[in-house]
Design a protein around this ligand. Structure first.
Ligand SMILES: Cc1cc2nc3c(=O)[nH]c(=O)nc-3n(C[C@H](O)[C@H](O)[C@H](O)COP(=O)(O)O)c2cc1C
Length: 633
């Protein structure tokens, strides 16, 4: 079979009104943070050029405000600014030579606002507070509604003047347009009480302002308003629908906007199938596998696929699939580092692909001038990344790992319902790295390899608190040991979780699903403060459903016969004694950096990466492992 025949639909053209796409893989709108003063930067052009070069057929630029009141964050593009026309031209110049088409998403958040102070007053159909970002909007005045519609038209004119191919109106995620369509949020009594009126007016204004552009409408396929939005889009002459999931205003709904594992990879399929529509449909959410993408097209569920995180993780995904290099695709693992950066107000990044978002700073790996023999100590994410990068640079690499399996903390996460999908993805990402397992890397062992350089990635170990434990009728065990498979005897479990890394959540969930009576005692202000909010929301959903009891604001004080004593972190004089058979500790990590001094004695160049320098997350481990390999010379 010829290579291109493997995916006959993914690489066939698709017509969206006046525009023909060269293929059917779409990079849907996503905020990058590569924006300054509400205008595109050179970094944004480089970012999208990379995805165009890699074969994306259509790139839809991030949610772009149609009015100053619609700026979701300080890094939102301002589609109403005249200067954006030049910005669009530069983006089009960067993308077009590769054959990709370029569109922009026209956006207003209404009562959804992530902006940091000083914030503009939030405007919405009616004054209904929004819980997730705790925004208290005021009802739009009729003249302001007209002004917003004019803003959509102005932004569409700018898109046309900037040489774009398409505009996509966001009617998704319970942002402004959907707020008009939601009777619980639109309590108006004027002409705009009819929910559809605003979307209709917007689409008419946009179509008139930019008649030559393909006009799309983004819709959340799981919204009660989805069918109505699809019908209005069609009636108003739109050319395509872009179906996503989720809604911004609630904890649970927001988690589906960028759903992490264990949300199934075909999460969008049923919703897209159930959406009545005749317009060409782009279906997006958790599509990471090219064969699955081809199936969505072959079964008629969609006409094109949005593979947004998949293209963040590997901009070359389409080109690799098309040329039979599917095995080389770096798959998105769903860790949501990308969206975590957005919520933190920092430029986009990807845990598995450090170059994403750093296209201007970090060149592609080129062969090293001299082939070195490199010893990597530790096969956690940092070590695996260092080894993969060193191998790509042409070095000869030996990786030593003390455990019987690679992955470090990711190998532990394999056991956890909330971590296994990400962990499997991570191990798959580095499946080509050859690791010598079960080898304790002493300085003598390393010296025996006769390396030119060493990359030390010895990771972390759990923090052990200076408490009198174990002896007093309660078994104390580290969360890591629970995940590693330690046998837990006893029904009543207290997990003392400091609220940082996910090991406490993972251990609690694992034990609760096995029928133990679990109390998760959290010392931080909120659960999972070190875990991105979408993952955290789903952790909490599963923990409650598994019957775990969650206690907030309590730290471990001591353990006595059959009990664990917790103290309130805000009112320290308040103590609670819980009956317990087993105490599980998730109280942070410390670096496992003991080998460094010994290695120094060998007088070899030593680079370090990841948690042995200071325990942090997967993102830093892979970034530092990659950069450490690049420093070898
Ligand atoms: C960092 C980031 C920012 C996003 N910003 C937007 C946005 O501006 N507008 C929008 O409609 N969707 C936005 N999304 C949602 C994506 O378009 C897409 O629907 C979602 O990521 C699920 O698809 P995926 O699994 O292919 O990533 C964003 C997603 C990410 C990861």
């Amino acid at each position: 079979m010829a290579v291109a025949d493997a995916f006959p639909r993914l690489f066939s053209p698709l017509t969206l009104g006046p525009v023909e796409l060269p293929g059917r893989i779409v990079s849907t709108a996503h905020q990058t943070g590569l924006v300054e003063r509400h205008l595109p930067t050179g970094a944004l052009a480089a970012y999208h050029a990379e995805r165009a070069r890699g074969g994306a057929a259509l790139i839809v630029l991030e949610a772009t405000a149609v009015h100053p009141s619609g700026l979701l964050t300080p890094h939102t593009l301002g589609g109403y600014l005249p200067e954006i026309v030049d910005g669009y031209r530069r983006l089009a110049q960067a993308v077009r030579p590769h054959g990709a088409r370029l569109g922009v998403q026209l956006f207003h958040g209404g009562r959804e606002q992530i902006a940091s102070p000083p914030r503009a007053p939030a405007l919405a159909p009616s004054a209904v507070p929004s819980p997730r970002f705790r925004v208290e909007p005021r009802a739009l005045r009729p003249a302001e509604i007209e002004e917003l519609i004019a803003g959509y038209a102005l932004a569409a004119r700018h898109a046309a003047a900037g040489g774009l191919d398409a505009v996509e109106v966001s009617a998704a995620h319970r942002y402004l347009i959907e707020q008009f369509l939601d009777p619980s949020l639109n309590r108006r009594t004027d002409a705009w009480a009819e929910g559809a009126a605003f979307l209709r007016a917007v689409l008419r204004a946009v179509r008139e302002a930019a008649p030559g552009l393909a006009l799309g409408v983004r819709v959340s396929a799981d919204s009660p308003a989805a069918a109505a939005i699809a019908a209005i889009a069609e009636a108003e002459g739109a050319h395509f629908l872009s179906a996503a999931l989720g809604e911004s205003s609630s904890y649970l709904g927001s988690a589906m906007i960028v759903p992490p594992p264990p949300v199934a990879e075909d999460a969008i399929a049923d919703r897209a199938r159930a959406l009545p529509h005749t317009l060409p449909l782009i279906a997006t959410s958790r599509v990471v596998d090219v064969a699955a993408a081809e199936r969505l097209l072959a079964t008629g569920v969609a006409d094109a696929v949005g593979m947004t995180r998949a293209l963040i993780a590997d901009p070359e995904l389409p080109a690799k699939a098309r040329t039979g290099r599917e095995a080389e695709i770096v798959r998105c693992i769903g860790c949501n580092v990308c969206i975590a950066h957005y919520h933190a107000g920092t430029p986009i990044a990807c845990a598995v692909s450090p170059r994403s978002g750093r296209e201007l700073e970090l060149p592609r790996a080129a062969a090293a001038a001299r082939r070195l023999r490199v010893a990597v100590v530790g096969a956690g994410p940092a070590g695996l990344a260092a080894a993969a990068e060193a191998g790509a640079l042409g070095h000869e690499v030996v990786v030593l790992e003390r455990a019987e399996r690679p992955g470090g903390q990711m190998a532990l996460a394999l056991a956890a319902p909330g971590g296994s999908g990400i962990a499997r993805g991570l191990l798959d990402r580095f499946r080509a790295v050859d690791v010598r397992l079960g080898v304790q890397a002493t300085a003598a062992v390393v010296a025996g390899l006769d390396p030119d350089a060493v990359v030390l990635c010895s990771g972390a170990r759990p923090y052990e608190p200076p408490l009198a434990l174990d002896s007093a009728g309660v078994d104390a065990v580290q969360a890591w040991d629970v995940l590693a498979g330690a046998r837990i005897a006893g029904r009543r479990i207290v997990v003392a979780d400091w609220g940082g890394d996910p090991s406490g959540l993972d251990a609690a969930e694992l034990l609760a699903t096995r029928g133990h009576d679990v109390t998760l005692a959290i010392a931080s202000a909120a659960a999972g403060e070190g875990v991105h909010q979408y993952r955290r929301n789903l952790y909490l959903q599963r923990l409650y459903r598994a019957g775990a009891t969650i206690l907030h604001h309590v730290e471990l004080r001591r353990a006595g016969p059959g009990e664990v004593v917790l103290g309130n972190v805000f009112a320290p004089e308040l103590e609670t004694a819980l009956p317990a058979d087993v105490l599980v500790l998730a109280l942070g990590r410390v670096p496992a950096d003991g080998l460094r001094a010994e290695l120094d004695a060998l007088r070899l160049p030593v680079e370090e990466a990841g948690d042995c320098l200071g325990p942090r997350s997967l993102e830093e481990a892979i970034l530092e492992g990659t950069l450490a390999a690049r420093r070898l010379a």
